[in-house]
Design a protein around this ligand. Structure first.
Ligand code: F6P
Length: 547
């Protein structure tokens, strides 16, 4: 079984949605509210600790029905079964996509190449939990007999962004271990890390699915060299562990077998934080909280798998993105978490969404004639309000946005949360309602401005409004709720990939740059650069003056 192939432009509902767009294009979000007193109830969902309000969007019930029909026509139901069932839906790499198996809430077997992967998952999880317990309790010792105090995670892309984002998000739940991430190949990055580490009490965790990634291997080698200047060779066993599918390469690097945490090729890099790749998370917050993270994701998986599309939060939000992307011609989507703990969520989702759905070839191998993956960006509110919100409110582009907030803060005893929440609510209200000329005129009059001053200032102070947003309002930031939130976005990616008829789980687009960088790197010393284009030759020659 595998994913079906279709052309979204040939779906009946696609054509109906085009017509729907023409009919609704001039309508304002506020009009939908004045026409229907029950819009908020109809366009919101309560699921577990999540209250999701998608009423501030440019659509009516019929549009949503059509979007759901489009998902059905695209074969989403069958695709979900295929996805969770372990079929090799990453066809171009001949791999299953089973990050969901890592947080499965039932014992039903999942077969990959005719083998049930359940026992493997349990074994690896226990290996990781046992290791984390030993490091956290201090019973895992460094080479001189001291306990570990500092973890350095060496990885990039999916082997970095997920662990970084979750470790930051769960800062409140953290233990005494200090966690540092080094990802960039830039020598200055690793040198700054070296300044902070103690060879007696630091544990280096090398995370690389392939164990061939230039950035990770360079940083790991530099850190190992530094370590061996300050500790005996035998200390490697106390201070270096690795997560990888490539045991051979890890062993060649010099890491003992007992320090290897395997992972499997059915977990994609950008969806791997649930696997042994999440080891730094597990070290930072302990196995109990890591388990809660998995539980939250598992609950969202269940919701996604078994809920009618009309009530299915990932499906609905995903289809709303398709509505803007493909019918309104909108290019970007902002993610604004009203929590400093989630400041890295936009960067994490950039990789998850853009590496997955930034594709121009469909599942038939044909060039695509419609829009696919949108551009994801964002920052934490309220910081974002003081940075790019000007453009969101008064710029010439429509930017649908997800506002993510938490009803209860983690620390109580101050009045900050009401202020934060008032901003959280005010921004989506302002984006939708705007401010008309009449209101602006009244305000300027009240300020005592003259008629001439009012006329001059008026156009600059008007907000046209009508800018859409979703609000994901969650009770509190807990490991479990975070797990659900991440899984929600993962499933949105899947739904969009199905509708757009693309393969969401490969990433061939990152290969060319890597390949050319390797060639150029060699050419710095070979001196033979004539085969490069003139601009690149100029850049290499300029660089050579500084080498
Ligand atoms: O950037 C491409 C990529 O393959 C990502 O998909 C992946 O997360 C990252 O590189 C790191 O790869 P690895 O874990 O194999 O070092």
């Amino acid at each position: 079984m595998t994913l079906n192939k279709h052309n979204p432009l040939s779906l009946k509902s696609w054509t109906l949605l085009e017509k729907k767009f023409e009919a609704l294009a001039k309508k304002k979000i506020v009009d939908y509210f004045s026409e229907d007193a029950n819009r908020t109830e109809k366009f919101s969902k309560q699921w577990e600790s999540f209250y999701v309000d998608y009423s501030k969007n440019l659509l009516d019930e019929e549009t949503l029905d059509l979007l759901v029909s489009m998902a059905e026509e695209a074969g989403l139901k069958q695709a979900i079964t295929v996805y969770f069932g372990g079929a090799k839906i990453n066809e171009t790499e001949n791999r299953a996509v089973l990050h969901t198996a890592l947080r499965k809430l039932n014992n039903q077997p999942i077969l990959v190449d005719e083998e049930d992967i359940g026992p493997k998952i349990e074994k690896l999880k226990n290996q990781m939990y046992d290791f984390a317990d030993r490091v956290i309790s201090g019973s895992w010792k460094g080479h001189s007999g001291k306990s570990i105090r500092h973890i350095v995670n060496i990885g990039i892309g999916g082997s970095d962004l997920g662990p970084v984002m979750v470790t930051e998000a769960l800062e409140y739940y953290k233990n005494h271990l200090q966690i540092t991430f080094v990802s960039n190949v830039e020598g200055d990055h690793v040198e700054e890390v070296i300044k902070t580490v103690d060879p007696e009490t630091t544990l280096f965790v090398i995370v690389s699915k392939s164990f061939t990634t230039q950035e990770t291997l360079s940083n790991a080698n530099t850190l190992r060299k530094w370590f061996l200047k300050n500790a005996p060779e035998s200390g490697i066993a106390n201070h270096f562990v690795a997560v990888s599918t490539n045991q051979k390469k890890v062993t060649e690097f010099g890491i003992p077998e007992d320090n290897i945490f395997p992972m499997y090729d059915w977990v994609g890099g950008r969806f791997s934080l649930w696997s042994t790749v999440g080891i730094s998370i597990c070290l930072a917050v302990g196995p109990k909280h890591f388990d809660d993270l998995l539980l939250g994701a598992g609950k969202m998986d269940d919701h996604f798998q078994h809920t009618d599309f009309k009530d299915n939060i990932p499906v609905l939000l995903s289809l709303i993105t398709v509505w803007y992307n493909n019918f309104w011609g909108v290019e970007t989507e902002a993610i604004i978490p009203y929590s400093q703990y989630l400041k890295s969520l936009p960067a994490y989702l950039q990789q998850a969404i853009m590496e997955s759905n930034g594709k121009g070839t469909d599942r038939n191998g044909d060039t695509i004639g419609y829009q696919t993956g949108n551009i994801i960006w964002g920052a934490s509110g309220t910081n974002a309000q003081h940075a790019f919100f000007q453009l969101m409110h008064q710029g010439t582009k429509m930017i649908p946005a997800d506002f993510i907030g938490f009803a209860k803060p983690l620390h109580s005893g101050n009045d900050h949360h009401d202020k934060l929440m008032s901003n959280f609510f005010a921004q989506t209200q302002a984006l939708m309602q705007g401010k008309n000329a009449e209101t602006v005129r009244g305000e300027l009059k009240a300020e005592g401005k003259s008629e001439a001053q009012i006329e001059r200032l008026l156009p600059f102070k008007v907000f046209e409004g009508n800018r859409p947003s979703n609000t994901l309002f969650i009770d509190q930031l807990s490991p479990r709720n975070l797990g659900s939130l991440i899984a929600l976005y993962e499933h949105r990616i899947f739904v969009q990939g199905i509708v757009w008829n693309i393969f969401s789980y490969d990433q061939w687009g990152v290969e060319l740059g890597k390949q050319l960088a390797n060639n150029i790197y060699k050419d710095f010393d070979s001196g033979n650069i004539e085969h490069h284009d003139p601009s690149t030759q100029g850049l290499i020659n300029h660089y050579k003056k500084f080498r």
